[in-house]
Design a binder for this molecule. Structure first.
Ligand code: TYM
Length: 334
């Protein structure tokens, strides 16, 4: 069986971009592959944060993944900091990684800019620079074949492949070159209020992002007020970024093709289309929200799932790490 690994930051509420670009794929992939899904709390501390919130968000994320259909009998869901080796492999890879390559990463530049422009000009921790190396370690420590991600992780994936190759060349062939698996539609869901920027939790406009655990009223309100163009045709086109984004959303939550949606809504008004999108998103998310609320009342169950996931992940990580340490020339005297 091929090995699939992917991770997401514990942001608390997952948005529709996380669902379409990521979780939806994971739920399908657990049927056919050996899957590891990580909640990356070590990445989460590369930006200023509040420990109590991180703790709560980690539980929230786990509950949302389970509510979406991740099945502990079919995949291993774990918390990154619970598995030894992620930080250790990061160090070895960091020693192979040119600083310049990290400084050129677009997400690093964006986040660093935000920090220095933010209140009081917060300083930039070196962890932020090492973020993509830690991500490469997440992938390589499981010797993953496939990594399902959204479009925004492409550059990080390239670095992971580069570092795998570099390790193989410097020491000896050890790691597979992991492939990014990016969905054809929905790999980049945009903000509803600014369809030229990706949907993200840090969107300042609260109406821009749809959250999986938003109530139906809130989802409807956000979709009905989504920004569109002054035209009237429901058609996927570059200059119609708002409508195109809604079509991608509709296509992803209903599994209908873009062209089927275009013909279904030919000659109909934007209002009618938005209403249909709202109905489809609510039909998808409402059962997830209800299940999520139920799971959040049972912390002991969540912990048991995460414990089991971490044990399985640890077994695989240990195998890789002993190889890596041996090849690096470390003496094991214990
Ligand atoms: P994160 O937590 O930002 O996002 C989790 C997943 O959701 C995808 N995604 C989107 N897809 C479509 N449209 C959007 N608007 C959108 N926003 C987010 C992301 O591409 C991602 O697949 N660095 C990663 C976490 C990570 C990781 C890894 C991923 C750490 N280690 C190892 C894969 C493998 C991140 O911040 O994702």
């Amino acid at each position: 069986k091929k090995v699939v690994l992917t991770c997401a930051q514990p942001t608390g509420k997952l948005h529709l971009g996380n669902y379409i670009g990521a979780v939806r794929q994971w739920v399908k992939m657990q049927e056919d592959y050996e899957c590891y899904f990580g909640i990356v709390d070590m990445h989460a501390i590369t930006m200023p944060y509040v420990p109590a919130e991180l703790r709560k968000n980690t539980y929230m994320c786990a509950a949302q993944y389970l509510a979406c259909g991740l099945d502990p009998d079919k995949c291993s869901m774990f918390i990154q900091s619970n598995v030894r080796g992620h930080a250790e492999l990061t160090w070895i890879l960091a020693c192979l990684c040119p600083i310049g390559q990290l400084e050129r990463m677009t997400q690093f530049k964006d986040k660093a800019r935000k920090l220095s422009e933010g209140a009081g000009g917060a300083s930039i921790g070196s962890g932020l620079l090492f973020y993509p190396v830690l991500m490469a370690a997440d992938i390589l420590i499981y010797n993953a074949d496939l990594v399902p991600v959204g479009e925004d992780q492409k550059q990080h994936m390239e670095l992971a492949r580069d570092l795998a190759q570099k390790f193989n060349n410097t020491y000896s062939p050890t790691f597979n070159l992991p492939e990014a698996y990016i969905p054809k539609t929905g790999a980049r869901i945009m903000s509803l209020q600014n369809p030229d920027a990706k949907m993200s939790k840090s969107d300042k406009n609260a109406l821009g992002s749809l959250y999986m655990i938003d109530t139906p009223d809130v989802l409807r309100k956000k979709i009905m007020s989504a920004v569109t163009d002054s035209g009237s045709e429901v058609k996927f086109a570059e200059e119609k970024s708002g409508i195109s984004n809604l079509i991608s959303i509709m296509s992803s939550v209903t599994d209908k093709s873009v062209s089927d949606i275009e013909s279904e809504f030919a000659g109909k008004q934007y209002g009618a289309f938005k209403k249909a999108v709202a109905d489809a998103v609510i039909a998808k998310f409402d059962p997830i929200r209800i299940k999520y609320e139920e799971l959040m009342t049972d912390k002991a169950y969540l912990e048991s799932v995460l414990k089991r996931g971490a044990a399985a992940a640890q077994r695989r990580a240990d195998k890789m790490m002993s190889k890596v340490y041996r090849k690096a020339g470390y003496v094991d005297a214990i």
